[in-house]
Design a protein around this ligand. Sequence first.
Ligand code: SF4
Length: 611
Amino acid sequence: MSYPDYILANVQKPARYTGGEFNAANKEWQKTEFRLALSYPDIYEVGMSGITMKILYEEINCLCFALADRVFAPWPDMEEALRQAGLNLQGIETGRALREFDVIGFLLGYELNYTNLLNILDLGGIPVKSADRRDCHPLVMAGGIGTLNPEPLADFIDYFVIGDGEGLISRVIELIRDLKKAGAGRQDILMELASLEGIYVPSFYTVEYSDDGRFRNIHKKMEEAAMPVKRSICRELPPYPRKPVVPLIETVQDKGSVEISRGCTRGCRFCNAGVYYRPLRHRSGAEIYKAVQELRDVGGYDEVTLLSLSSGDYPGISDLINRLNEAEHMKDTTLSLPSLRIDEKSIELVEAISGRKRGGITLAPEAATNRLQRVINKVISEEEILKTATCAFERGWTTLKLYFMLGLPTETEEDIIAIAQLASKAYDLGRLAPGRRPKLRLSLSTFVPKAHTPFQWFGQIDQNEILKRVHLIKNNICRRKISVSWNNPQISLLEAVFSRGDRLLGKVVQSAWESGARFDGWDELFDYSKWEKAFEEAGLTPADYANRHINLEDPLPWEHISSGVSRKFLEEEYHRAIKGEATPDCRIDPCNLCGLEKRIKNCHKISKGAH
Ligand code: SF4
């Protein structure tokens, strides 16, 4: 039931759409009562790189009555072919049109995928707006870090899963299956779902705006709706996928992965991952050891990433790496660590896992002066950064990538010039190291204010200012060999718009999609003119969402979603940022009373019975 050959023969990489991978579940449609299509709204190669889809796919397929298939955003050539032929987008394993499933579940990782989400629904034969769906249509669900502010997608999603989906997804599926069996319609099902912790049904709420069109308040329309909607939190990490699907084509992260920790206590004030994934949970060394072995034996992986927001913070990480490296089964397997602290110990760790391989090494100080580092609560002395860079160069690395953010709250000219100076110093140290010439890449991203962080009230600097600051850095770098790259300011603007957006933006997303906006996070396909037109038609201004400084007393469109971190804590952090005061890491120092300490006692356990 796959796509006809005349479609596949005319698109790039047909394997994006045909499934058939090793370890794919391939459950029988007719023999399962409940069918769900998991979707990452980007191409296959991106969607198959994340771990969340693998975990949920396995959890659902372990339920004897349920089937989980996968679907990704079709590349423009495939979209054109499907539209011309009048065919629907299908689940890649079952070959069934999306409209035939019970639920379509989107994973939201990035704001610039929103038009792809609409496109997947439309190509799948499902009305894009929730209000236009009837009992015969699938329920449309969305989860992931993007749900920290679900409001821009409120018109299109039937229910959001806020927070950890593992464990909760099985309960949701069972509930929908039972209710459907009993003859319930979609409204009744949504009503029941709304009573579960972590579920948000946007159509059960109405939004009030002030005369100038700004968000004023949100009210629930019915008793069943929660206020606030609490984030779902698993008490411990979910089981690792035992049989991960092994893609047939190269993906962006073409390696096995084991989540060694979830959560981060460092409290960088710009970071929504640090909020969304709290509290910190670790997987035991024995389980990691077993998972790495299974990834090699069952998935055939010769490279495994030890996933964490801050791998260096895993207790006993050096011992774990040594133990893995010494194991017999690791002889032909390499390990990688995606997120390193900036210190010499990290370089030693990377050296231990990479053997003689010396690719590039990436360090992310984010800010270059001690003052601004205290503002963002990520303090790493210049001495430490340079010592780490020297250590990397001396141990044979020749390519160093340094990440900084531009436009952070309170940033001054001095902070910007300091980025150029620090990069130049690191490059000079590299030249002193014996061996080949060093390469230094300076990567600049624009600060995006994220909902539920202490920086949610600060505006983003405007596009001209971004370019002015980039040029200030370039003009202050005296070494020609340092390459400088920066994000497209218009893409960063849209990210900020949707991070702090409200429901009115639904019109903008729909109209940009109708004009042909797709893959907006991809420089080669991004067309800002479509968005400009969409904002104009909706009578909205992007700057009002992205660049405006929000007063602490103003209502926020996402505050009915409770991340578990309290407003009181965020406000305290906001004030400490302005004063340039750092807040200690609660893993080492006493609890900072962020609000989560009250929640963690009651978070749900994952039933391991399903696995
Ligand atoms: S170290 Fe900072 S940026 Fe990284 S996850 Fe933790 S809070 Fe976020």
